[in-house]
Every structure is written in structure tokens, then in C-alpha cells.
Design a protein around this ligand. Structure first.
Ligand code: KG4
Ligand code: ZN
Length: 338
């Protein structure tokens, strides 16, 4: 029996080269190739990223098709991240998708990366009902949304400066950790004292966020010691500093959600994006929603970080809704969700 929808998803917005295959809305393969080249620079180098995508993309797509047991001629559509992200990186994915769609004579759809993160909740067998609230929290974004239906949402609040993941990565760099530091801080914090140092929490009116202050607070705290004592402190109390910093970030992330749950009465809340992998954030959110008789929805760990499965899912919703892009579609590094 032929399948109604066999979609190839492609994601190249930052430093992960990813492809996935979704058959009738069910994920059948998901391949992500990360680029270790950036570790030595302590962050993503745009030119290095786009060259690596060029080198990797064809083999990543071939792997995804092979793992799915799908021939390229069986594809019925292609979904690709068109923005936001790094212009050179996005262009590699969008050009590939357009050429493949033209060559295979199938429709393609350009997808907003953030809409992909929102769709990652639907890769699970128990997705949230509509309406739900969702916090997109990653290295590039911190944005609280209300989702009324697929593709229908409003932004309740967002960060005015750094994203939460950026704060994890910058503080990690100050503490001598490798990029990206979020997962390491999460692991170290599990054995640390969360009350070791009371880093201040920035709380803004409404649902907006700010994370530049916490990064500066960690820097000032460390600089209040002379070099020898600072090195000793980091050696002996790294887990405690990580736990105290993480607790402050988690409190700041949760505070607007608590207010939004109260104001809107919506008790189904999703967490998506790289930082949604954070165990302390998951556990405190779970606690908050239990107290409010609500429910937390998080993607499986594999779909928290950037991946093409979520892009394929967002593309599936759009194509099923009769939408598609034409060949004039271009990458847009500062694409907005609304
Ligand atoms: O969604 P993502 O893969 O890429 C962006 O679109 O930014 O998110 C990457 C970010 C990085 O800043 C990384 O440090 C952070 O997610 N991250 C975490 C954890 N895992 C990844 N932050 C805190 N705790 C984690 N367990
Ligand atoms: Zn992302």
C-alpha cells in the first residue's frame, strides 16, 4: 500500500547537520551530525559551520533515507529550516532542499526553526492538547508562547538580551568548561549545593526575561577573589557554583510561566529547545504543574537539541494544511515567528 506522506526533514541552521524521515506523521529515522570543530573556539564559527554543512549534508541525508528503508523516489515532500539562524548554514540546507524538490518533482516547505522546536512535542505518543503554553529555551532563544492550534500561536514574552542557553554557555566558558556548557553544568550541578551562593534573580514585569545580569554576577563573584583563590575555588567548589547558578536560571525561567498559568488558566505546558533537557528545570516545572493540577510536556532527550525530526513534523503540519513554498524561497537569518 502506498503511503500518503513520506517527508524528508533537513536542519542546518547552526552547527548541527541533520536529516530525518517522517512517514504519515510518524518518525522513522533521525540523523544528526554535530560539528566538533567549534569546541576549540569556545563557540560556533559561522564560516566553519557552513563549510562543514556542505561537506556533511549529502551523506547525512543518505543515512536518514537508508535507516528509514526509503528510496529517494518514494519521497512525497521536503521540509527545511529557512530561519532564523546563521545565513551561510541556512543557505546550504535551503539550496539543497530546493534542488532536491525540483529534481524529484515534489513540494517543499521552508519552516521556521522555532516552529520546529514547538512541533518537537508532537514527536511523542502523548502530545499536549490545544491550547497549551510552551517555553522555547535554547542557545539562541528564550520565548514563552501560547499555542492555540498547529501554526497558530502568540508570543507572551521573550528575552530582552541573552538566551538562557547562551547564559549557560558563557558562564561555562568563565568556569573553564567546553562549549556547549549547558549539559556539563547540568551534570555537575546534580552533586552541588544549590544554596552555596545566592546569585540574584532578574524578574521583569509581564512575561519577559533577561539573562545578561546573571552572567555578570558570576563574573563579579569570581573576580572578587584573587587569582590563586579563584583557581582554588573553581577546583574545589565547581559543582556548588554550577548548582547555585543553575538554580537562579531555573527560577528566572519558571517565574513568568507561573504567572502565565495563573493569568490564562492554561495548565498544559511544554518545554522545548536545548535547555529543556535540563533536569532541574524539568523537575521544578513538574512540581509547579503538579501544584496547579496541570501537566508538563517535554520532548524525548534526542529531540531537545537541534534535529531534523522536529522540522519534518512542522513541515508535515504545513503541507497537510495545503501550504508549500515556491522556488523563490530564501534563507532568512532573522526570520520571526510572527
Ligand atoms: O536548541 P539547541 O540545540 O540549539 C539552539 O537552537 O540554540 O540548544 C543548544 C543550547 C546550548 O546553549 C546548550 O548549552 C543548551 O542548549 N543545553 C543545555 C542542556 N543541554 C543543552 N542547557 C542546560 N542544561 C542542559 N542539560
Ligand atoms: Zn534550536
Amino acid at each position: 500500500m502506498s503511503k500518503a506522506s513520506v517527508l524528508l526533514g533537513i536542519e542546518t541552521s547552526c552547527d548541527d547537520t541533520a536529516a530525518a524521515v517522517l512517514v504519515d506523521g510518524i518518525l522513522v529515522s533521525n540523523v544528526v551530525s554535530s560539528q566538533p570543530q567549534h569546541v576549540e573556539f569556545g563557540g560556533v564559527v559561522p564560516e566553519v559551520a557552513s563549510r562543514a554543512h556542505e561537506k556533511l549534508l549529502v551523506s547525512v541525508v543518505e543515512d536518514a533515507l537508508k535507516q528509514a528503508g526509503i528510496g529517494k523516489n518514494e519521497l512525497t515532500g521536503i521540509a527545511v529550516t529557512k530561519g532564523p539562524g546563521l545565513i551561510g548554514s541556512l543557505m546550504v540546507g535551503v539550496s539543497f532542499a530546493k534542488a532536491a524538490a525540483l529534481g524529484l518533482n515534489v513540494p517543499f516547505v521552508g519552516v521556521n526553526h522555532l516552529e520546529g522546536h514547538l512541533a518537537s512535542l508532537f514527536l511523542s505518543t502523548s502530545p499536549p492538547p490545544f491550547p497549551h503554553l510552551c517555553l522555547i529555551v535554547s542557545g539562541g532563544h528564550t520565548q514563552l508562547m501560547q499555542i492555540d492550534a498547529p501554526g497558530q500561536f502568540k508570543v507572551l514574552g521573550k528575552t530582552r538580551d541573552d538566551a538562557a542557553g547562551e547564559a549557560f554557555d558563557k558562564v561555562g566558558k568563565i568556569l573553564g568548561l567546553d562549549y556547549p556548557a549547558g549539559p556539563q553544568i547540568d551534570r555537575l550541578a546534580a552533586h552541588g549545593n544549590r544554596s552555596y551562593h545566592p546569585f540574584p534573580r532578574t524578574r521583569l514585569k509581564g512575561y519577559d526575561y533577561s539573562f545578561s545580569g546573571i552572567k555578570t554576577s558570576v563574573l563579579y563573584y569570581l573576580n572578587s577573589f584573587d587569582e590563586t583563590h579563584r583557581e582554588e575555588l573553581i577546583r574545589n567548589s565547581l559543582a556548588d557554583i554550577c548548582a547555585s547558578f543553575q538554580e537562579a536560571v531555573v527560577d528566572m525561567l519558571i517565574s513568568p510561566i507561573k504567572k502565565a498559568v495563573k493569568d490564562t488558566g492554561i495548565r498544559h505546558v511544554g518545554l522545548v529547545g536545548g535547555v529543556s533537557a535540563n533536569l532541574r528545570l524539568r523537575s521544578k516545572m513538574h512540581e509547579l504543574l503538579q501544584q496547579n493540577k496541570g501537566q508538563l510536556y517535554v520532548p524525548d532527550m534526542a529531540y531537545c537539541m537541534d534535529n531534523a525530526a522536529m522540522i519534518a513534523m512542522a513541515g508535515y503540519f504545513r503541507l497537510e494544511n495545503g501550504e508549500q513554498s515556491d522556488l523563490s524561497e530564501i534563507a532568512n537569518p532573522s526570520l520571526k515567528l510572527l
